[in-house]
Design a protein around this ligand. Structure first.
Ligand SMILES: C[S@@+](CC[C@H](N)C(=O)[O-])C[C@H]1O[C@@H](n2cnc3c(N)ncnc32)[C@H](O)[C@@H]1O
Length: 283
């Protein structure tokens, strides 16, 4: 990734930090199955030393902190200052003492070899500058036989939580063809793509698990619309390109497309993620 693109990605996450913080309760609830999947695949339990890569406003670090307990520890990392501040403030509010924070990028981890038992990343690998280097770094800092696990989104078509809004907006805008390797929520949606990167980085026993779940929350369409258009940098940028008179038309078209996912005051979207895990070579 050229430096300009890298800075653009990080600037966008810096703006996103305040919205991810605003919706932290909903995010924790909506994406909890991803955290459970990572905990399971990386064999995280009491006493484990865990590295979280790209922890955003605090997940999965905060959940894992209570799973590993006082004999374990979590080191949260993220390259974006606003994310680190938001996550650290929340850990403080919760009085967590086994969690520590470092602002850094996945491809240059400031830790000694074999510092951790396992490393995880929830919805962050698709934004890594150089994914092979990042996975090599994750493997370097875990112990022999330790696990690395990354949760990423599956195909856009299987994730209407994202596509119902994006598909409508794209009908109103000129959208240039996208580089499939550019940072994007669906960069690793193709089965085998991130698994291939783990193998290239020399991870052993690489396994890809498909996780189907419901993104659920007791919110209205109006709240969903606000949450989506604030949280996503891509949507914020596209919304800004719409003419003012197009906005209500787009919103109504999204409301029509999303109607079936809102029943009796509850939102429920089917979702598909992939959890890709591997082990550090015992050699
Ligand atoms: C979709 S958010 C996920 C945050 C959190 N893990 C969660 O699941 O709620 C993606 C995160 O990846 C981080 N990120 C972007 N570039 C990164 C990089 N090069 N290394 C590590 N994390 C990165 C962003 O700052 C952001 O916090």
């Amino acid at each position: 990734m050229i430096p300009e693109e890298k800075n653009k990605t990080l600037d966008s996450w810096q703006t996103s930090a305040r919205y991810w913080d605003k919706y932290r309760v909903l995010i924790e609830q909506m994406f909890a199955p991803l955290t459970s999947g990572l905990v399971e695949e990386a064999r995280i339990g009491i006493g484990r030393k865990v590295l979280d890569i790209g922890g955003g406003t605090g997940e999965p670090s905060l959940t894992i902190s209570s799973i590993v307990g006082p004999t374990g520890s979590v080191i949260y990392t993220d390259p974006v200052a606003g994310m680190v501040e938001a996550a650290q403030a929340e850990a403080g509010r919760r009085g967590l003492t086994n969690i520590h924070f470092r602002q850094c990028s996945a491809d240059d981890l400031p830790f000694a070899d074999r510092t951790f038992d396992v490393a995880v990343g929830r919805l962050s690998a698709m934004f890594f500058v150089d994914p092979v280097t990042a996975v090599r770094e994750a493997l370097r800092v875990i112990r022999k036989d330790g696990y690395v696990s990354f949760a990423v989104w599956g195909p856009k078509e299987a994730n209407p939580f994202f596509s119902t809004v994006a598909d409508v907006i794209d009908r109103f805008l000129e959208v240039p063809p996208q580089d499939p390797d550019a940072p994007d929520a669906f960069r690793f949606a193709v089965p085998g793509k991130l698994a291939g990167i783990l193998e290239k980085a020399d991870a052993k026993n690489v396994i890809e698990r498909q996780l189907n779940f419901q993104i659920k929350a007791a919110i209205s369409f109006e709240q969903f619309w606000q949450l989506r258009t604030e949280m996503s940098g891509t949507l914020r940028e596209k919304m800004a390109r719409l003419a003012p008179d197009q906005l209500p038309i787009v919103k109504q078209a999204v409301a029509d497309a999303a109607r079936r996912f809102f029943v009796s005051g509850t939102m429920s979207f089917p979702a598909e993620a992939l959890i890709i895990s591997g082990k550090k070579s015992p050699a």
